[in-house]
Design a protein around this ligand. Structure first.
Ligand code: G6P
Ligand code: ZN
Length: 578
């Protein structure tokens, strides 16, 4: 059997007789790879890396070996993803390795499709033991681009660091993969198939998720608002990612909008050659149409459906503001009417706009490292209701992932509710009203992508040296109009399990609470991505309509001076500005 399976793994056709009826497990020897360390959000690499001999098998085996007690044997796992290139091959491998490890049931989205939020929901609704999500989120897809595999645990959220570290350790040590051979499984037909103690269930990718959103939001109110205000035009851009089928169901079937309210809603394995990331650079098509056609409400979601961008005419909603605004208006959302707001949270680099809302509401606010997994414990403990990140992620305790369509429908629910009392209020008015009450946290992020790893390290070493871990004369130093009041490398102690995460981003805070933050991205797949985050607060109403880049210019200059980014990277300009 061993020999035979070597044949399969080297991709030669192999007919494993008798195995189907008995589900005989074969042990295949394998050699470890040393680069299977999950990043901020799972393992993301070029497709070609996953296609190396046994590479994907090894990683799946390492995941199954790292599952919390009682382990993979007898477990139920949800499987699906954004449908990017190599998904089908990966699902076939998962089926074989799962059966080989005596997993009892795989629940697979039809055609392998599940948005990340829908997968998180299914894990919870079906009380599965976890899930394997096949996505590299907003990274481009196709044979020369990225693929990704992420393990989620039984709360529906990304595996915490103790598990992802274990996966990495196991992957470095792996000697064997256990698998069973299968004929090609038809992923397109909904239904259940039994294979001698191993069940494969193909489920509708969309249904349960839409049911969930309908329980959370006031769909009637939104639908009536559109019916009464035919001029309130909407454009949702699926960026050829996974949200296409979900958005058609929600915007067209449920909310009664016309087909022209959605674009790029056919999921494609290479996202139509685009970069499925909803930001001002990559969702430029949407931005252009909103401006040109005077569309009132523009929105986009990323490859796997967990990110969102909200964009109205001349009114880009910064994600840091978005989560604060949703929290501030949460009482119009039926779900939060029922549950109340237990607490709010943001990732460290996200602006403090939501902190002001928490203060106003008298609820706890948490600041966690970058990465949705860090919200998980707080959500599970019932201490957190709404949370978000500057990286276009917004969500709540309804699932354990950020949720693009949830955020978009939340905005529509808020707009419909506000218009009940005061007609004619759109995105821009909501932003300005928010600033009137809370002041404005100007925020921008500069990304330097595919920087040489050594050069990126030099920037960090330089900054560590400069801040001297907060001990030296750097505190009190003046740069332009800014005086340094605090400098450190962010360290987080999880309030629920006490686990500590160090080196989560260098922060330089000034006496007026302005901040510059710098960290290396954990999601890139090529070279290093340096992120520079810049935030400044104003309570001066004459500032509120200023452009971010103009309001932040003096602080951006200081940030570039302190970090010496241009000098170390040789880059005149960032790759992307948000
Ligand atoms: C993913 C994660 C987010 C994270 C973002 C940026 O979307 O789910 O939690 O904020 O990536 O991470 P990075 O490490 O690239 O800054
Ligand atoms: Zn994503």
């Amino acid at each position: 059997c061993n020999n035979s399976f070597k044949l399969v793994l080297s991709n030669k056709k192999f007919n494993c007789r008798n195995i189907m009826s008995t589900l005989e497990v074969c042990t295949v020897s394998t050699k470890p790879y040393n680069d299977q360390k999950p990043g901020t959000s799972g393992l993301r690499k070029r497709v070609k890396v996953f296609q190396q001999e046994n590479y994907t098998h090894n990683f799946i085996q390492a995941i199954l070996d790292s599952m919390p007690a009682p382990g993979a044997k007898g477990s139920t796992l949800v499987v699906g993803g954004d449908g990017r290139y190599y998904s089908k091959e990966a699902i076939e491998i998962i089926i074989r390795v799962a059966a080989g490890n005596k997993v009892s049931k795989l629940i697979i989205g039809q055609n392998g499709i599940l948005s990340t939020p829908a997968a998180s929901n299914l894990i919870r609704v079906l009380k599965a033991d976890g899930g394997i999500l096949l996505t590299a989120s907003h990274n481009p897809g196709g044979p020369d681009n990225d693929f990704g595999i992420k393990f989620n645990v039984n709360n529906g959220g990304p595996a915490p660091e103790n598990i992802t570290n274990l996966i990495y350790e196991k992957s470095k040590d792996i000697k064997q993969v256990f698998l069973c051979e299968f004929p090609e499984i038809d992923l397109s037909t909904i239904g259940e198939r039994q294979f001698n103690g191993f069940t494969i269930k193909i489920v509708d990718s969309v249904r349960d998720y839409v049911t969930l959103l309908k329980e959370i939001f006031d769909f009637e109110l939104i639908k009536n608002f559109f019916a009464k205000n035919p001029d309130y035009t909407v454009l949702f851009d699926g960026m050829h990612g996974v949200t296409g089928p979900y958005s058609e169901k929600i915007f067209i079937e449920e909310l009664g909008l016309s087909q022209s309210s959605v674009q790029n809603c056919i999921p494609l394995p290479d996202f139509g050659g685009g970069h499925p990331d909803p930001n001002l650079t990559y969702a430029h098509d949407l931005v252009k149409r909103v401006e040109k056609e005077n569309i009132k409400f523009g929105a986009a979601s990323d490859g796997d459906g967990d990110r969102n961008m909200i964009y109205g005419k001349s009114a880009f909603v910064n994600p840091s503001d978005s989560v604060a605004i949703i929290a501030a208006h949460s009482e119009v959302i039926p779900y939060f009417k029922r549950t109340g707001i237990k607490g709010l949270a943001r990732s460290m680099p996200t602006s403090a706009a939501i902190d002001l809302v928490a203060k106003n509401k008298g609820v706890e606010i948490f600041e966690v490292p970058t990465g949705w997994k860090f919200f998980g414990n707080l959500l599970d403990a019932g201490r957190l209701s709404i949370c978000g990140e500057e990286s276009f992620g917004t969500g709540s305790d309804h699932i354990r992932e950020k949720d693009g369509l949830w955020a978009i429908i939340a905005w529509l629910n808020i707009i419909a509710a506000v218009n009940e009392k005061k007609p004619g209020v759109g995105i821009k008015e909501i932003l300005l009203n928010h600033y009137e009450t809370y002041g404005r946290n100007f925020f921008t992020r500069y990304d330097y992508e595919e920087v040489d790893n050594d050069n990126a390290k030099k920037v960090i070493v330089h900054l560590h040296h400069l801040i001297g871990e907060g001990k030296n004369e750097f505190i009190g130093k003046t740069f332009g109009q800014f005086i340094v009041s605090k400098a450190d490398d962010f360290e987080y102690c999880d309030p629920i399990d006490g686990s500590v995460s160090k080196n989560q981003g260098i922060r330089i805070v000034f006496t007026d609470n302005s901040r510059i933050i710098i960290r290396l991205s954990g999601t890139g797949s090529q070279g290093a991505t340096i992120r520079l985050y810049i935030e400044k607060y104003s309570k001066n109403p004459s500032d509120y309509e200023l452009d971010n880049q103009i309001a932040l210019k003096p602080l951006i200059e200081v940030a570039l001076e302190i970090t010496k980014l241009q000098e170390f990277t040789g880059r005149e300009k960032p790759t992307v500005i948000t």
